[in-house]
Design a protein around this ligand. Structure first.
Ligand code: ZN
Ligand code: ZN
Length: 197
């Protein structure tokens, strides 16, 4: 009579967590993995190493691509932000935020021959946030300068105060339409870069 219990013999455990019993195997390399270690992909459960290897093949962007993605996103979002600061109202920014986000990500993808990296989505979204706020601030300054020029023309010789930076920043970040516009565009751009098509 064998001392080994055949049931115990058949028990298999996660290769990362030897205390966790599992029968699940990576469908690429075959290693045993627990529920926490398994990643559900469109082609089935895979281990983290295989997923990462697959992603490394997919991510071909270099650091210049990241720079281009940031610059394109920031410049276009700055233009968009400045326009929204003038004409923006809530319904409009919600309607145009999605196509604007799509257009910005498409422009950034074309400028980099559609190369993407692990962080392209984060960088594009950061570009949108920075660019959008800078565009909003620039618009407030331009509008104030135009007003100053108009007052100076009507009342020659009058001394006019420069616009304090904190007033500009307050005027920018208290603009709900602009903030929602930036948020929607950043969300769309981030999603588009992570869509992997
Ligand atoms: Zn694997
Ligand atoms: Zn595990």
């Amino acid at each position: 009579m064998s001392e080994l219990n055949p049931v115990v013999e058949d028990r298999t455990f996660c290769e990362v967590h030897p205390d966790r019993e599992t029968a699940l195997r990576c469908n690429k390399c075959g290693r045993l993995m627990c529920a926490e270690c398994a990643v559900l992909t469109p082609v089935g459960y895979r281990c983290r190493e295989c997923v990462r290897q697959h992603e490394d093949k997919f991510f071909t962007a270099n650091q210049y691509d990241y720079l281009i993605v940031f610059a394109v996103s920031a410049v276009l979002a700055a233009i968009g932000g400045a326009i929204i600061k003038v004409v923006g109202f809530l319904l409009l920014v919600i309607i145009i935020g999605v196509p604007v986000g799509g257009a910005i990500s498409e422009a950034a993808l074309r400028m980099t021959q559609r190369r993407r990296g692990r962080y392209s989505g984060h960088i594009a979204a950061a570009g949108v946030v920075v660019g959008g706020l800078v565009g909003g601030v620039a618009q407030v300054y331009l509008a104030y300068s135009a007003e100053l020029a108009e007052i100076a023309r009507r009342f020659p010789g009058r001394e006019l105060p420069a616009l304090p930076l904190d007033a500009v920043l307050t005027a920018t970040v208290s603009d709900i339409s602009l903030l929602i516009f930036i948020g929607v565009v950043a969300f769309i751009v981030y999603g588009r870069f992570n869509l992997r098509i």
